[in-house]
Design a protein around this ligand. Structure first.
Ligand code: G3H
Length: 539
């Protein structure tokens, strides 16, 4: 492993020209009320997970710096959003849906122009490999297109009147107010935009704070935000959550809180809001998704899925398989195949062709993972794979830990990194109990081909998690499917369609089905005197 680690980090000359960084980016701009404002206060240094060989050894790359706004400045962004919403009287919440869609389409066109810049920063800031960085960007654009189409569908369905028990009604979805959108560092573009775009397109105004890593990659989009939306509709702030977001929540002026992070942070922030019943939340939180390998199984498929499920983007996905329960009858063969697949994963820098294992962006993460492995090995587990758990700088080579039991931290904690704990079992009830007693309930994977066993496990687990994957790893996509979780894993359901619901409320205009009322409504529609009460049909 040592030679591999020695050659892991490149020298500056080894970086392909297309991915050269240039000078560190000192970002002082933030977006408030349709203006890029300059922050003259303190900045946070933005470090890359990539280290480079220098004359005096390997050193972490400094990518630049980003504004550390204070609470008062963050509140100016909130005020701009509050003003643009104007208690629901602003031009944005009242705009016809077709027009709002036009604004989002303009934004999308401008965003597409920034693909290379954003992809480059995804690689440098969070260490995501080129293929997955491109996928994240393209998937986000597709999500926006799908959202527009879903809204057109929704609007077409709402453009007609209903008649029930002598009451004529038109039901539409109306915005909720000011949304605060915050995404996670593992999908700093995609996950943030899966709340930000639905929030905007439904007529809310937004304050958006980028994730703790993956900050600079939003910079190339600021002008597109500024130019595509009316002032105050989208505001982008930077800084420490503790300082900025706490102040926003404590103001009581946030109506929707869209957050992806830990349940602890989400709970702390929600508690700051003085009017909890007025705050709607869409939360994607912690998970400890188990992969359960049954004795009757296509082992090659189970291993294939478990390796990618546990280790794609170095295990830094909320949907990653974070613990594997493997039946004793197949565990030896499973571990053997797993190690061979793992050994074939290529470590390297994000832009290297075919690279699968990359350095980690979180400071202190390698030490944390070391601690998990040390705890497990002290309690009887072994690192099975050659080089497992070795590290260099920000890089941690995956550790396959076996046999893991309940006394070990890794059995309970969400590692969110390249440590793969395998628990052998004979009695399936012990695995069922793990799921029943878990504080998390996002997803799980079942690997097996006995219909009787799978059928009964599906019934047991359907009331425990949001998605049961059969002979497949856990994952969020396709984005048209619901993505949610139980217990501490989520609040609310997201999908292209569901997100439009999350950021809006059904509102009904109703009247007795009588001549005078029919005439009144017909007149309003004919004279286009309302943008809510309309039969306009978006093609
Ligand atoms: O980190 C959580 C993501 O929503 C997972 O998405 O399953 O597509 O990687 P993914």
């Amino acid at each position: 492993m040592d030679p591999l680690l020695d050659s892991l980090f490149p020298s500056p000359d080894d970086i392909p020209e297309a991915w050269h960084l240039g000078e560190p980016l000192e970002q002082r701009d933030y977006l408030v009320n349709g203006e890029l404002r300059r922050w003259d206060g303190p900045l946070a240094t933005v470090r890359s997970p990539v280290w480079l060989k220098q004359a005096d050894g390997e050193r972490q790359v400094i990518l630049g710096s980003a504004p550390l706004l204070d609470a008062d400045t963050a509140l100016t962004a909130l005020d701009a959003a509050v003003q643009a919403y104007d208690k629901g009287r602003g031009s944005w919440p009242n705009m016809r849906v077709a027009e709002r869609i036009q604004h989002v389409e303009n934004f999308l066109a401008r965003m597409r122009e920034q693909r290379t810049a954003v992809v480059k920063l995804l690689m440098w800031e969070i260490g995501k490999n080129l293929k997955d960085s491109e996928k994240e960007f393209d998937r986000t654009c597709d999500y926006i297109v799908d959202t527009i189409n879903a809204l057109k569908d929704l609007d077409r369905r709402s453009s007609r009147f209903e008649l029930e028990q002598g009451t004529l009604g038109q039901i539409r979805r109306a915005p909720l107010g000011v949304a605060l959108c915050m995404g996670p560092y593992n999908y700093p573009l995609n996950e943030t935009f899966t709340t930000l775009i639905p929030a905007l397109i439904m007529g809310n105004t937004v304050v958006f704070k980028p994730a703790k890593f993956g900050v600079l990659l939003i910079r190339p989009l600021l002008e597109a935000f500024r130019d595509s939306f009316p002032p105050g509709v989208i505001n982008v702030i930077y800084g420490r959550g503790r300082e900025t977001v706490s102040a926003l929540m404590a103001s009581g002026k946030v109506d929707v809180f869209a957050f992806i992070g830990t349940h602890k942070a989400a709970s702390d922030l929600k508690k700051l809001h003085p009017r909890p019943h007025r705050l709607r939340a869409a939360l994607g939180l912690d998970a400890k998704n188990p992969g359960i390998v049954l004795p009757q199984v296509d082992l090659d498929n189970a291993v294939e899925e478990a390796v990618t499920g546990a280790l794609s983007f170095n295990g830094q996905r909320c949907t990653a398989l974070k613990i594997l329960f493997v039946h004793e009858d197949v565990v030896e063969a499973f571990l053997d195949k797993f190690q061979r697949k793992l050994a074939a994963l290529k470590p390297g820098m994000p832009w290297e062709p075919g690279v699968a294992l990359t350095p980690l962006p979180e400071p202190g993460k390698v030490d944390y993972l070391d601690g998990l492995v040390a705890d497990a090995t002290a309690k009887g587990a072994r690192v099975l794979n050659e080089g497992g758990g070795q590290s260099r700088g920000s890089f941690f080579y995956p550790a396959l830990l076996y046999p893991v039991n309940r006394d070990m931290r890794v059995y309970h904690e969400e590692q969110f990194g390249p440590v793969v704990p395998v628990v052998p079992y004979r009695d399936l009830q012990s695995v069922i109990d793990y799921v029943l007693d878990s504080d998390y309930g996002q997803q799980l994977s079942l690997f097996g081909n006995d219909p009787q066993t799978i059928g009964s496990l599906v019934d047991i687990f359907a009331n425990q998690v949001g998605r049961i994957n059969l002979n497949a790893q856990c994952q969020r996509g396709p984005d048209t499917y619901p993505f949610n979780g139980r217990k501490n894993s989520a609040e609310g359901t997201l999908s292209v369609h569901d997100a439009l619901r999350v950021f809006s409320i059904r509102t009904l205009v109703a009247t007795r089905f009588q001549e005078a009322n029919k005439t009144l409504i017909s007149e309003i529609i004919r004279n286009r005197q309302s943008s809510f009460l309309t039969t306009d049909y978006i093609f």
